[in-house]
Design a protein around this ligand. Structure first.
Ligand SMILES: Cc1ncc(C[n+]2csc(CCOP(=O)(O)OP(=O)(O)O)c2C)c(N)n1
Ligand code: SF4
Ligand SMILES: [Mg+2]
Length: 312
């Protein structure tokens, strides 16, 4: 049974007065993550909105020791810290429970620039949680395309809409055979909370990717952040699932779509609400390009339905 939002702990690890946009989905997600991780954790960040939002020491908005590392190095830096903690514990220089080492990184820092170091940390099964908050673009620098930007989306570097489908990062992480991989999004806070609680209890590498609809990059009205997140799941554009030791299970409502009990909503209802696709809708090729986007989603649903039948 998923934890109700009303049952989440009262304490806050993300403090008020931070520099994020109002209604920022990544900050919303981090609040929930903080409630699950608690204070005994060390946070790593790469250049991103999350860094721009955090403020400066001693008035940091995030109530953990925070380390800003270079873009390419979230995986390797977290590896160094987690190993150092283990050695300190072994030598008796650290008492009590080891802090959770976690990286809070955007899609640019995960899919693209930080991929090599993350993949290497996953292959070593180093003890950490890598969170990718995925707003589907390089938002902090003015919304450029990333490997996570979906087909058809306008960004400053894809002025006619991205031609390629997004990279399937969660599946890539799954194929590293790490103990835990999960997807989440802000419209389902209890689901995210439960996944972080679980990840925290598992030794080794954990990867959690959170879809974060960013009103600035996606161009919708800011109060619709949570609605957009829900629409992504209901259309099947974002599937909620988790894999423990390679065994995949789907979470509601994606489980209903996968089992065929509920039809995924057509993608055009979801994308029509987002200004980043407006030019596409106005173009002569609108019909065929929306059909391509729908085909990407249908293909992913069909693939995941079959992939879940295989356990390693
Ligand atoms: C090596 C390097 N390249 C480029 C930059 C400039 N830069 C800072 S933040 C950022 C965007 C980060 O995108 P993402 O990781 O998706 O996080 P978001 O801004 O969306 O929160 C870029 C390109 C940098 N700091 N370092
Ligand atoms: S640009 Fe988007 S991700 Fe960045 S702080 Fe604003 S709402 Fe959040
Ligand atoms: Mg981003």
């Amino acid at each position: 049974m998923t934890t109700s939002i009303k049952k989440l702990p009262d304490f806050e690890q993300v403090l008020s007065g931070n520099g994020a946009c109002g209604g920022c989905p990544s900050t919303m997600a981090l609040r929930i993550v903080g409630k699950a991780l608690g204070p005994n954790a060390i946070m790593l960040l790469t250049p991103s909105c999350a860094v721009a939002s955090m403020g400066m020491t001693p008035k940091l908005a995030y109530n953990w020791p925070c380390i800003n590392v270079t873009f390419a190095t979230a995986g390797s830096s977290a590896s160094g810290i987690t190993h150092a903690l283990e050695i300190m514990k072994e030598k008796g220089r650290l008492q009590g429970e080891l802090p959770t080492v976690f990286s809070w990184v955007g899609d640019g820092g995960t899919y693209d620039i930080g991929f090599q170091a993350l993949s290497a940390a996953a292959e070593r099964n180093d003890n950490m949680i890598h969170f990718c908050y995925n707003n589907e673009a390089y938002s902090n620098t003015g919304v450029q395309r990333s490997g996570a930007t979906p087909r058809g989306s306008f960004t400053t570097t894809t002025p006619t809409g991205k031609r390629q489908p997004k990279k399937n990062m969660t599946r890539l992480m799954l194929e590293h055979n790490i103990p835990y991989v999960a997807t989440a999004t802000v419209a389902y806070p209890g689901d995210l909370y439960d996944k972080v609680i679980k990840a925290k209890s598992i030794p080794g590498m954990k990867y959690i990717e959170i879809l974060a609809p960013c009103y600035l990059g996606w161009q919708f009205d800011m109060p619709e952040t949570v609605k957009m997140s829900r629409m992504a799941v209901r259309s099947g554009a974002w599937l909620l699932w988790e894999a423990e030791n390679g065994r995949i299970s789907f979470n509601s409502p994606s489980s209903l779509i996968i089992s065929g009990k509920r039809e995924a909503e057509p993608v055009n209802e979801y994308v029509m609400r987002q200004g980043r696709f407006t030019r596409l809708f106005k173009s002569a090729a609108a019909e065929s390009r929306i059909a391509e986007m729908q085909a990407d989603i249908d293909c992913e649903i069909a693939f995941m339905r079959e992939r879940a039948k295989i356990t390693t």
